[in-house]
Design a protein around this ligand. Sequence first.
Ligand code: BEZ
Length: 211
Amino acid sequence: MTLQLGDTAPDFTQDSTEGPISFHAALGDSWGVLFSHPKDFTPVCTTELGAAAKLKPEFDKRNVKIFGLSVDGLSDHAGWAKDIAETQGVELNFPLIADADRTVADLYGMIHPKADNTLTVRSVFIIGPDKKVKLTLTYPASTGRNFDEILRVIDSLQLTAQHKLATPADWTRGMDCIVVPAVTTEDAKRMFDNVMEIKPYLRYAKAPSGS
Ligand code: BEZ
């Protein structure tokens, strides 16, 4: 079954490079990102894990815990972690789940048999503090993901969880936001600074400071 936005992220207990993970307990009250890799000792995945490790401080700032996953065992993960440190110039600084029995891959639908029968695709799940799925992404094995984009979506999700705002195309933190249709322009002017009505349905506003 495909996981959809708003579904509860399935809980699981599985080994990882940082010891056994009980997913919901490990998330606690944080946001989470769970992302899968087709296989250990593969080139694109190696660069992705390096990129995610370099951005770990940015995830920490946003109260987001990150978890990688591949359907290989812990001893492979340990050897691969050494290669990641050597080739990417950064230590693996978050858990890499060893999903050799595919418990998690099956729960999250990370194996797409028409793409590959055994390897996981590059799935990304962003999970809110309420344990609900907030975003899903599916990339093919041959395309490395853009982790800045994942951070950008987290910024948008965290902003829109707090304010009656949405974010326009290519938005990044600090840029003007969109007033959601349910809010009148009159109310928006009471709630936000710099409200601009381009069309009755297209209103921009400045995000409250600190968000
Ligand atoms: C990679 O991570 O480099 C990769 C994995 C599976 C298929 C193709 C590329």
